[in-house]
Design a protein around this ligand. Structure first.
Ligand SMILES: *Cc1c(COP(=O)(O)O)cnc(C)c1O
Length: 384
Protein backbone atom coordinates (compact mmCIF):
# COMPACT_ATOMS: atom_id res chain seq x y z
CA UNK A 1 0.00 0.00 0.00
CA UNK A 2 2.66 2.47 1.03
CA UNK A 3 3.89 4.94 -1.60
CA UNK A 4 7.25 4.10 -3.12
CA UNK A 5 9.15 7.06 -1.76
CA UNK A 6 8.37 6.00 1.84
CA UNK A 7 8.98 2.29 1.45
CA UNK A 8 12.45 2.27 2.93
CA UNK A 9 11.01 3.60 6.19
CA UNK A 10 9.44 0.52 7.71
CA UNK A 11 9.41 -0.22 11.42
CA UNK A 12 12.03 1.89 13.16
CA UNK A 13 14.85 0.28 15.10
CA UNK A 14 13.42 1.96 18.22
CA UNK A 15 10.13 0.11 17.85
CA UNK A 16 11.98 -3.16 17.27
CA UNK A 17 14.30 -2.75 20.25
CA UNK A 18 11.59 -1.44 22.60
CA UNK A 19 9.41 -4.43 21.71
CA UNK A 20 12.42 -6.65 22.39
CA UNK A 21 12.90 -5.01 25.81
CA UNK A 22 9.23 -5.52 26.69
CA UNK A 23 9.23 -9.13 25.50
CA UNK A 24 12.42 -10.12 27.34
CA UNK A 25 12.17 -7.86 30.40
CA UNK A 26 15.54 -6.34 29.46
CA UNK A 27 16.62 -2.90 30.71
CA UNK A 28 15.99 -0.42 27.91
CA UNK A 29 19.00 1.84 27.30
CA UNK A 30 17.87 2.14 23.69
CA UNK A 31 15.36 4.94 23.30
CA UNK A 32 16.44 8.35 24.62
CA UNK A 33 13.78 9.59 26.97
CA UNK A 34 14.40 10.56 30.61
CA UNK A 35 12.73 8.59 33.38
CA UNK A 36 12.24 11.63 35.64
CA UNK A 37 9.91 14.62 35.22
CA UNK A 38 10.76 18.19 34.32
CA UNK A 39 10.51 21.18 36.71
CA UNK A 40 7.44 20.99 38.98
CA UNK A 41 6.40 24.61 38.40
CA UNK A 42 6.33 23.95 34.64
CA UNK A 43 4.05 20.94 35.16
CA UNK A 44 1.83 23.06 37.43
CA UNK A 45 1.56 25.72 34.72
CA UNK A 46 0.26 23.20 32.21
CA UNK A 47 -2.35 21.92 34.68
CA UNK A 48 -3.36 25.49 35.57
CA UNK A 49 -3.67 26.42 31.90
CA UNK A 50 -6.01 23.50 31.28
CA UNK A 51 -8.04 24.25 34.43
CA UNK A 52 -8.04 27.92 33.49
CA UNK A 53 -9.82 27.24 30.22
CA UNK A 54 -6.99 27.58 27.71
CA UNK A 55 -8.29 24.64 25.74
CA UNK A 56 -9.16 26.05 22.32
CA UNK A 57 -7.03 26.69 19.23
CA UNK A 58 -4.18 29.07 19.98
CA UNK A 59 -2.84 31.36 17.21
CA UNK A 60 -1.25 29.48 14.29
CA UNK A 61 2.28 30.86 14.82
CA UNK A 62 2.13 30.03 18.54
CA UNK A 63 1.00 31.85 21.69
CA UNK A 64 2.62 35.31 22.01
CA UNK A 65 4.05 34.46 25.49
CA UNK A 66 6.06 31.56 24.09
CA UNK A 67 7.27 33.42 20.98
CA UNK A 68 8.46 36.26 23.24
CA UNK A 69 10.14 33.81 25.63
CA UNK A 70 11.98 32.13 22.73
CA UNK A 71 13.08 35.53 21.40
CA UNK A 72 14.38 36.55 24.84
CA UNK A 73 16.16 33.21 25.26
CA UNK A 74 17.97 33.54 21.92
CA UNK A 75 18.97 37.13 22.71
CA UNK A 76 20.16 36.51 26.25
CA UNK A 77 21.96 33.26 25.61
CA UNK A 78 23.41 33.79 22.13
CA UNK A 79 23.02 37.49 21.31
CA UNK A 80 20.67 36.60 18.43
CA UNK A 81 17.79 39.06 17.99
CA UNK A 82 14.52 37.75 16.49
CA UNK A 83 11.21 39.57 16.19
CA UNK A 84 8.67 37.38 18.02
CA UNK A 85 5.89 38.47 15.64
CA UNK A 86 7.57 37.67 12.33
CA UNK A 87 10.65 35.57 13.01
CA UNK A 88 9.48 32.84 15.40
CA UNK A 89 7.11 29.96 14.75
CA UNK A 90 5.98 27.43 17.35
CA UNK A 91 5.74 23.84 16.08
CA UNK A 92 4.70 20.38 17.24
CA UNK A 93 8.18 19.52 18.47
CA UNK A 94 11.43 19.80 16.58
CA UNK A 95 10.23 16.94 14.40
CA UNK A 96 7.46 18.98 12.79
CA UNK A 97 9.75 22.01 12.60
CA UNK A 98 12.28 20.07 10.54
CA UNK A 99 9.75 18.26 8.36
CA UNK A 100 7.83 21.47 7.61
CA UNK A 101 11.11 23.26 6.83
CA UNK A 102 12.23 20.57 4.39
CA UNK A 103 8.78 20.46 2.74
CA UNK A 104 8.68 24.25 2.47
CA UNK A 105 12.25 24.88 1.31
CA UNK A 106 13.38 21.86 -0.76
CA UNK A 107 12.02 21.27 -4.28
CA UNK A 108 11.40 17.73 -5.53
CA UNK A 109 14.68 16.49 -6.99
CA UNK A 110 16.81 18.78 -4.84
CA UNK A 111 19.60 17.31 -2.77
CA UNK A 112 19.77 17.78 0.98
CA UNK A 113 23.04 17.18 2.82
CA UNK A 114 22.88 15.37 6.16
CA UNK A 115 25.64 14.11 8.39
CA UNK A 116 25.53 10.40 9.08
CA UNK A 117 24.71 8.86 11.50
CA UNK A 118 21.55 10.99 11.14
CA UNK A 119 18.46 11.47 13.28
CA UNK A 120 15.91 9.10 11.80
CA UNK A 121 13.28 11.69 10.89
CA UNK A 122 15.57 13.58 8.45
CA UNK A 123 15.66 10.98 5.65
CA UNK A 124 11.90 10.51 5.96
CA UNK A 125 11.25 14.26 5.74
CA UNK A 126 13.52 14.51 2.71
CA UNK A 127 11.70 11.62 1.05
CA UNK A 128 8.30 13.18 1.77
CA UNK A 129 9.51 16.30 -0.05
CA UNK A 130 10.58 14.19 -3.04
CA UNK A 131 14.15 15.36 -2.46
CA UNK A 132 17.28 13.21 -2.18
CA UNK A 133 19.66 12.94 0.74
CA UNK A 134 23.43 13.09 0.50
CA UNK A 135 25.03 11.69 3.61
CA UNK A 136 28.43 12.91 4.76
CA UNK A 137 29.97 10.57 7.33
CA UNK A 138 31.10 11.49 10.79
CA UNK A 139 34.11 9.36 11.66
CA UNK A 140 36.02 8.89 14.88
CA UNK A 141 39.19 10.96 15.07
CA UNK A 142 41.02 11.53 18.36
CA UNK A 143 38.15 10.02 20.35
CA UNK A 144 35.24 11.99 18.87
CA UNK A 145 33.07 11.86 15.77
CA UNK A 146 33.89 14.56 13.24
CA UNK A 147 33.72 15.18 9.48
CA UNK A 148 36.30 15.83 6.80
CA UNK A 149 35.67 19.36 5.42
CA UNK A 150 36.86 18.23 1.97
CA UNK A 151 34.34 15.40 1.98
CA UNK A 152 31.60 17.83 3.00
CA UNK A 153 32.56 20.24 0.22
CA UNK A 154 32.56 17.38 -2.30
CA UNK A 155 28.96 16.53 -1.35
CA UNK A 156 27.70 19.86 -2.72
CA UNK A 157 26.32 19.65 -6.27
CA UNK A 158 24.36 22.11 -8.42
CA UNK A 159 21.21 20.42 -7.06
CA UNK A 160 22.03 20.95 -3.38
CA UNK A 161 19.38 23.10 -1.72
CA UNK A 162 19.92 22.68 1.98
CA UNK A 163 22.00 21.11 4.71
CA UNK A 164 20.66 19.77 7.99
CA UNK A 165 23.05 20.36 10.88
CA UNK A 166 22.42 18.68 14.24
CA UNK A 167 24.66 19.84 17.09
CA UNK A 168 24.88 18.68 19.85
CA UNK A 169 24.62 15.58 17.71
CA UNK A 170 22.40 12.56 18.27
CA UNK A 171 23.54 9.74 18.21
CA UNK A 172 27.27 10.50 18.54
CA UNK A 173 27.29 13.13 21.32
CA UNK A 174 29.58 15.37 19.26
CA UNK A 175 29.23 19.12 19.77
CA UNK A 176 30.57 20.83 16.67
CA UNK A 177 33.52 23.11 17.39
CA UNK A 178 33.63 26.72 16.15
CA UNK A 179 36.05 25.50 13.43
CA UNK A 180 33.65 22.80 12.26
CA UNK A 181 30.76 25.26 12.23
CA UNK A 182 32.89 27.75 10.30
CA UNK A 183 33.56 25.13 7.60
CA UNK A 184 29.81 24.47 7.27
CA UNK A 185 29.02 28.19 7.21
CA UNK A 186 31.64 28.89 4.53
CA UNK A 187 30.10 26.23 2.31
CA UNK A 188 26.58 27.59 2.84
CA UNK A 189 27.71 31.11 1.91
CA UNK A 190 29.72 29.97 -1.10
CA UNK A 191 26.89 27.87 -2.59
CA UNK A 192 23.93 29.86 -1.29
CA UNK A 193 22.56 26.96 0.79
CA UNK A 194 19.91 27.07 3.47
CA UNK A 195 20.94 25.49 6.77
CA UNK A 196 18.31 23.79 8.90
CA UNK A 197 19.76 23.31 12.37
CA UNK A 198 18.54 20.86 14.99
CA UNK A 199 19.60 22.24 18.37
CA UNK A 200 17.32 20.25 20.68
CA UNK A 201 20.27 19.40 22.97
CA UNK A 202 21.52 23.01 23.10
CA UNK A 203 21.48 23.02 26.92
CA UNK A 204 22.79 19.50 27.45
CA UNK A 205 26.55 19.87 26.95
CA UNK A 206 29.26 18.66 29.33
CA UNK A 207 32.75 19.42 30.64
CA UNK A 208 32.26 23.14 30.00
CA UNK A 209 31.79 22.65 26.25
CA UNK A 210 29.40 25.31 24.91
CA UNK A 211 26.88 25.03 22.13
CA UNK A 212 27.20 27.63 19.37
CA UNK A 213 24.19 28.20 17.09
CA UNK A 214 25.17 28.20 13.40
CA UNK A 215 23.07 31.37 12.99
CA UNK A 216 25.64 33.32 15.06
CA UNK A 217 28.32 32.87 12.37
CA UNK A 218 28.91 35.63 9.79
CA UNK A 219 26.34 35.62 6.99
CA UNK A 220 24.37 32.75 8.54
CA UNK A 221 21.44 34.39 10.32
CA UNK A 222 19.73 35.18 7.01
CA UNK A 223 20.10 31.63 5.65
CA UNK A 224 19.58 29.51 8.77
CA UNK A 225 16.37 27.95 10.05
CA UNK A 226 17.18 27.41 13.73
CA UNK A 227 15.15 24.63 15.33
CA UNK A 228 14.87 23.67 18.97
CA UNK A 229 12.34 22.23 21.36
CA UNK A 230 11.33 21.80 25.00
CA UNK A 231 11.45 18.01 25.07
CA UNK A 232 15.10 17.46 25.95
CA UNK A 233 15.76 20.77 27.76
CA UNK A 234 12.90 20.30 30.22
CA UNK A 235 12.64 16.49 30.30
CA UNK A 236 9.22 16.62 28.67
CA UNK A 237 9.66 14.62 25.48
CA UNK A 238 5.94 13.79 25.43
CA UNK A 239 4.89 17.43 25.21
CA UNK A 240 6.06 18.04 21.65
CA UNK A 241 6.55 21.79 21.82
CA UNK A 242 9.19 23.07 19.43
CA UNK A 243 10.06 26.28 17.61
CA UNK A 244 11.83 27.82 14.66
CA UNK A 245 13.77 31.09 14.52
CA UNK A 246 14.51 32.49 11.05
CA UNK A 247 13.98 35.51 8.79
CA UNK A 248 10.38 36.58 8.04
CA UNK A 249 10.70 35.14 4.48
CA UNK A 250 11.80 31.73 5.75
CA UNK A 251 9.22 31.70 8.57
CA UNK A 252 6.42 32.59 6.13
CA UNK A 253 7.46 29.73 3.86
CA UNK A 254 7.61 27.18 6.68
CA UNK A 255 4.36 28.41 8.21
CA UNK A 256 2.61 27.98 4.87
CA UNK A 257 3.34 24.26 5.12
CA UNK A 258 2.97 23.95 8.89
CA UNK A 259 -0.55 25.41 8.90
CA UNK A 260 -1.76 22.44 6.86
CA UNK A 261 0.19 19.80 8.76
CA UNK A 262 -1.10 20.61 12.24
CA UNK A 263 -2.20 24.30 12.08
CA UNK A 264 -0.99 24.88 15.65
CA UNK A 265 0.46 23.26 18.73
CA UNK A 266 -1.25 22.42 22.04
CA UNK A 267 -2.07 25.66 23.90
CA UNK A 268 -1.57 24.72 27.59
CA UNK A 269 1.87 23.22 26.96
CA UNK A 270 3.00 26.32 25.08
CA UNK A 271 2.26 28.47 28.13
CA UNK A 272 4.04 26.05 30.45
CA UNK A 273 7.12 26.04 28.21
CA UNK A 274 7.08 29.86 28.05
CA UNK A 275 7.30 29.83 31.84
CA UNK A 276 10.10 27.25 31.80
CA UNK A 277 12.23 29.17 29.26
CA UNK A 278 12.01 32.26 31.46
CA UNK A 279 12.29 30.78 34.94
CA UNK A 280 13.68 27.25 34.87
CA UNK A 281 17.14 27.55 33.31
CA UNK A 282 18.70 26.96 36.76
CA UNK A 283 16.78 23.71 36.89
CA UNK A 284 18.22 22.90 33.45
CA UNK A 285 21.77 23.65 34.66
CA UNK A 286 21.24 21.14 37.47
CA UNK A 287 19.86 18.62 34.98
CA UNK A 288 22.97 19.11 32.86
CA UNK A 289 25.28 18.44 35.82
CA UNK A 290 23.24 15.40 36.80
CA UNK A 291 23.39 14.06 33.25
CA UNK A 292 27.14 14.56 33.13
CA UNK A 293 27.41 12.40 36.25
CA UNK A 294 25.19 9.75 34.66
CA UNK A 295 27.31 9.85 31.52
CA UNK A 296 30.43 9.20 33.59
CA UNK A 297 28.69 6.45 35.55
CA UNK A 298 27.62 4.64 32.39
CA UNK A 299 30.99 5.17 30.65
CA UNK A 300 32.88 3.70 33.60
CA UNK A 301 30.55 0.71 33.69
CA UNK A 302 30.73 0.09 29.94
CA UNK A 303 34.51 0.28 29.98
CA UNK A 304 34.63 -2.21 32.87
CA UNK A 305 32.36 -4.51 30.84
CA UNK A 306 34.92 -4.48 28.03
CA UNK A 307 33.52 -1.94 25.55
CA UNK A 308 35.67 0.73 23.98
CA UNK A 309 33.82 3.88 25.04
CA UNK A 310 33.73 7.23 23.22
CA UNK A 311 33.17 10.26 25.42
CA UNK A 312 30.25 12.46 24.31
CA UNK A 313 30.31 16.24 24.90
CA UNK A 314 26.52 16.49 24.80
CA UNK A 315 23.14 14.71 24.44
CA UNK A 316 21.84 11.60 26.23
CA UNK A 317 24.07 9.06 24.47
CA UNK A 318 27.35 7.19 24.65
CA UNK A 319 28.81 5.43 21.62
CA UNK A 320 30.75 2.22 22.13
CA UNK A 321 32.92 0.09 19.87
CA UNK A 322 32.04 -3.59 20.40
CA UNK A 323 35.13 -5.11 18.77
CA UNK A 324 37.06 -5.57 22.07
CA UNK A 325 34.23 -7.90 23.11
CA UNK A 326 34.81 -10.03 20.04
CA UNK A 327 31.81 -8.74 18.07
CA UNK A 328 31.85 -6.90 14.75
CA UNK A 329 28.21 -6.29 13.82
CA UNK A 330 26.20 -4.00 16.08
CA UNK A 331 22.83 -4.99 14.62
CA UNK A 332 23.45 -8.66 15.28
CA UNK A 333 24.92 -7.81 18.70
CA UNK A 334 21.99 -5.64 19.86
CA UNK A 335 19.45 -8.23 18.70
CA UNK A 336 21.20 -10.77 20.95
CA UNK A 337 22.03 -8.42 23.83
CA UNK A 338 18.78 -8.99 25.78
CA UNK A 339 19.53 -12.73 25.81
CA UNK A 340 23.27 -12.24 26.45
CA UNK A 341 22.97 -9.62 29.19
CA UNK A 342 19.36 -8.45 29.69
CA UNK A 343 19.99 -4.99 28.21
CA UNK A 344 18.69 -3.23 25.10
CA UNK A 345 20.83 -0.79 23.08
CA UNK A 346 20.69 0.72 19.57
CA UNK A 347 22.93 -0.30 16.66
CA UNK A 348 24.38 2.93 15.24
CA UNK A 349 24.75 1.55 11.71
CA UNK A 350 21.02 1.94 11.00
CA UNK A 351 21.53 5.71 10.92
CA UNK A 352 24.07 5.51 8.10
CA UNK A 353 23.71 5.10 4.33
CA UNK A 354 27.34 3.92 4.20
CA UNK A 355 27.34 1.34 6.98
CA UNK A 356 30.66 -0.46 6.67
CA UNK A 357 32.78 1.44 9.20
CA UNK A 358 29.75 1.95 11.41
CA UNK A 359 28.88 -1.68 12.12
CA UNK A 360 31.15 -1.67 15.16
CA UNK A 361 29.22 1.05 17.03
CA UNK A 362 26.41 0.61 19.53
CA UNK A 363 24.60 3.45 21.32
CA UNK A 364 23.55 3.43 24.98
CA UNK A 365 21.35 6.11 26.63
CA UNK A 366 22.30 7.45 30.06
CA UNK A 367 19.24 9.65 30.75
CA UNK A 368 18.07 7.08 33.28
CA UNK A 369 17.94 6.73 37.07
CA UNK A 370 21.30 5.83 38.64
CA UNK A 371 19.98 2.50 39.88
CA UNK A 372 18.85 1.60 36.35
CA UNK A 373 22.31 2.43 34.98
CA UNK A 374 23.97 0.42 37.77
CA UNK A 375 21.77 -2.58 37.17
CA UNK A 376 22.39 -2.48 33.41
CA UNK A 377 26.13 -2.18 33.94
CA UNK A 378 26.17 -5.11 36.38
CA UNK A 379 24.39 -7.21 33.78
CA UNK A 380 26.72 -6.14 30.98
CA UNK A 381 29.72 -7.34 33.01
CA UNK A 382 28.50 -10.84 32.15
CA UNK A 383 29.66 -10.23 28.57
CA UNK A 384 33.35 -10.22 29.51
C1 LIG B 1 14.54 14.04 20.34
C2 LIG B 1 15.06 14.64 19.08
C3 LIG B 1 14.21 15.33 18.20
C4 LIG B 1 12.73 15.37 18.38
O1 LIG B 1 12.32 16.47 19.11
P1 LIG B 1 10.76 16.69 19.39
O2 LIG B 1 10.72 18.04 19.96
O3 LIG B 1 10.32 15.61 20.33
O4 LIG B 1 10.05 16.56 18.09
C5 LIG B 1 14.77 15.93 17.09
N1 LIG B 1 16.09 15.85 16.85
C6 LIG B 1 16.93 15.18 17.65
C7 LIG B 1 18.36 15.11 17.31
C8 LIG B 1 16.44 14.53 18.79
O5 LIG B 1 17.26 13.82 19.56
Amino acid sequence: MLVGRMREFGTTVFAEMTALAVRTGAINLGQGFPDEDGPAAMLDRAVAAIRGGLNQYPPGPGVPELRQAVADHQKLRYGLAYDPDTEILVTVGATEAITASVLALCEPGAEVIVFEPYYDSYPAAIAMAGATRRAVPLRVDAGRFTFDPAELAAAVTPKTGAIIVNSPHNPTGTVFTPQELAAIAALCREHDLIAITDEVYEHLTYDGVRHTPLATLPGMRERTVTVSSAGKTFSATGWKVGWICATPELITAVQTVKQFLTFTCSAPYQLAVAHALRHELDWVATLRDTLQGKRDRLMTGLAAAGFEVLKPSGTYFVQTDIRPLGHTDGLEFTRRLPELAGVVAIPTQVFYDHQDDARRYVRFAFCKKDEVIDKAVARLRALG
